[in-house]
Design a protein around this ligand. Sequence first.
Ligand SMILES: NC(=O)c1ccc[n+]([C@@H]2O[C@H](COP(=O)([O-])OP(=O)(O)OC[C@H]3O[C@@H](n4cnc5c(N)ncnc54)[C@H](OP(=O)(O)O)[C@@H]3O)[C@@H](O)[C@H]2O)c1
Length: 110
Amino acid sequence: MAKKLITVLGVTGTQGGSVANRFLAHADWRVRGLTRNPVSAKAKSWASRGVEIVKGDHDDIDSLKAAFQGAHAIFAVTDWAANYARVSEDKTLQDEARGRGGPSRSTQAI
Ligand SMILES: NC(=O)c1ccc[n+]([C@@H]2O[C@H](COP(=O)([O-])OP(=O)(O)OC[C@H]3O[C@@H](n4cnc5c(N)ncnc54)[C@H](OP(=O)(O)O)[C@@H]3O)[C@@H](O)[C@H]2O)c1
C-alpha cells in the first residue's frame, strides 16, 4: 500500500521537526518538508533521513500549492505574534490547504 504523505511546514524548526520525527517513525507515512533554504545544514540532514525537502515560503502561494500537492495531512506553524501585523499568513495557509481537497481540520501552535 502506498504511504500517506504529510507536508510539514517549518520542518527545520523545533515544532515541525518534532512532527517530522514522529511521522518518519511511522511505516505508513512519508514526509515532505518545506524550507526557504534547501541547502541549509538542517534541510540536508532531514533529506538524509528520507524527508522530501522542497523549497518554499509562506509568502509564496505557488510554493505552497506545490508543497501541498497530494498531501493527506499538513502541519503548519505560524508566528502568532507577527500575525497580528500580518493577518493574511495563517488565512493563506489554511485556504490553500483546504483547496487541496484533503485535510479539513487544522491545529495551530501559538
Ligand atoms: N517551540 C515551541 O515550544 C513553541 C511553542 C509554542 C509556539 N511556538 C510557535 O511555533 C512557531 C514555530 O516555532 P519553532 O520553535 O518551531 O520555531 P523555529 O525553531 O525558530 O523554526 C522556525 C521554522 O519556521 C520556518 N519559517 C519561518 N519563516 C518562514 C517562512 N516565511 N516561510 C517558510 N518557512 C518559514 C523556518 O524554516 P526555514 O528557516 O528552514 O525556511 C523554520 O523551520 C513559532 O511561531 C513559535 O512562536 C513554538
